[in-house]
Design a protein around this ligand. Structure first.
Ligand code: ADP
Ligand code: MG
Length: 364
């Protein structure tokens, strides 16, 4: 097993900085998900680690050894590109045997590894099929087996579940993790899907515009988002802007534009600064009618969106449109008066972003 370290990685294309100084540490056998919106630099990062793109500056290490001067095949990484394609005229077996054949392994060693990989991805009985005879999920598994058959030290997966339908995606994402853990292979899995990231990662690294914005366990990035962007990207959040007026009983007290106060977690931001309080829609409760008390915002339900077990309510308040995800049996009808409430410990206080809140939240 190897660890992976990336230091100060930069890469520009004409008119765009794809990687803007990326630092990354992945432990031996760790399953790390790189999460970021489209255009964040995820594919460029993987290609650079695989050796298919060359960085402008910065270094890449496997264990303590620099690999960024090595050719792709010398790095022994298994790279599953975003738009992989199987060899259409080769069978499943031949597809998986491709790497070992090119690398001139002995037929015995080659056959053994191909057999093992097909077993792992549960496709032994389809070894003589052609790709077009397989379902999307099976094709994805063949591509994975083909990438792994080179006995790589590091597995790089670029949006590996993107092309699959919803049910299969859920199934295969756990399989991917199980397989990587079974092989003990250090894995970087790239996605723009926050739910996928949360469900498979040991650790999530969130990147945006070529920079790491936060790294931590799924629980950490969900419960302690470091910026409004992360707060809204992992799950969904409401934001209230106001003036940090004081700290009381260990909580921040924020004065809103209508003179009322809400309370949130303690912050390093100095008193009398403009701040924004972010609270996950999951942590907001909704009550019928007007309810007085701490952290209460009353308004009118303008939209009720049923999603099964939960219903998303959009409430027009004096502080803008706020959302809450409530159990469907506690939902309120459109047009009714409602009060949204949250606990101070779920309100996170941030300095007002320099670029303005709207721009700070954009998923470009
Ligand atoms: P992601 O995979 O997160 O969607 P990419 O790494 O593909 O992001 O791209 C990051 C940025 O770099 C984007 O703005 C993209 O348009 C640009 N980019 C990527 N590859 C190239 C290329 N070969 N030539 C020019 N621009 C590129
Ligand atoms: Mg990409």
């Amino acid at each position: 097993m190897v660890s992976l370290r990336v230091e100060g990685l930069r890469k520009s294309f004409p008119g765009v900085v794809a990687l803007d100084g990326i630092d990354l540490n992945v432990r031996e056998g760790e399953y790390v998900v790189i999460l970021g919106p489209t255009g964040a630099g995820k594919t460029t990062l993987l290609k650079t680690i695989a050796g298919l793109a060359r960085q402008d500056s910065g270094h890449i290490y496997f264990d303590q050894q620099r690999v960024d001067t090595l050719m792709p095949f010398q790095r022994s990484v298994a790279y599953l590109p975003q738009n992989y394609s199987l060899f259409a005229h080769l069978t499943v077996w031949e597809n998986v045997a491709f790497g070992p054949t090119v690398q001139d392994w002995s037929p015995r060693r080659r056959d053994q590894i191909v057999r093992e990989m097909l077993n792992l991805v549960h496709l032994s009985d389809r070894r003589n099929s052609l790709p077009r005879e397989l379902s999307g999920g099976m094709q994805q598994r063949v591509a994975l087996a083909r990438a792994l058959a080179t006995q790589a030290r590091i597995l790089l997966l670029d949006e590996p579940l993107r092309a699959l339908d919803a049910r299969l995606r859920l199934e295969l994402r756990q399989e991917l993790r199980t397989l990587a853990k079974y092989l003990g292979i250090t894995t970087l899995h790239v996605t723009h899907d926050q739910e996928e990231a949360i469900s498979v990662a040991d650790r999530i690294v969130i990147i945006r515009k070529g920079k790491v914005v936060q790294a931590g366990s799924p629980k950490e990035v969900y419960e302690d988002p470091s910026t409004p962007f992360v707060s809204n990207f992992i799950g969904e959040a409401n934001f209230l802007q106001g003036l940090l007026s004081r700290v009381e009983d260990g909580f921040s007290v924020i004065m809103l534009s209508d003179g009322r106060h809400v309370m949130g977690r303690p912050t390093n931001v100095p008193v009398n600064s403009q701040v924004v309080l972010g609270v996950k829609t999951d942590f907001c409760n909704v009550y019928h009618g007007k309810v007085e008390g701490q952290n209460s915002l009353t308004g009118t339900v303008v939209r009720s969106l049923f999603t099964g077990k939960r219903t998303t309510l959009e409430i027009q308040t004096g502080q803008g449109l706020l959302k809450a995800k409530v159990p469907s049996d506690q939902s309120l009808s459109e047009g009714s008066e409602a009060t949204l409430r949250f606990r101070p410990e779920n309100g996170i206080v941030y300095p007002i972003p320099n670029e303005g809140l709207q721009v700070a939240l954009e998923v470009e």
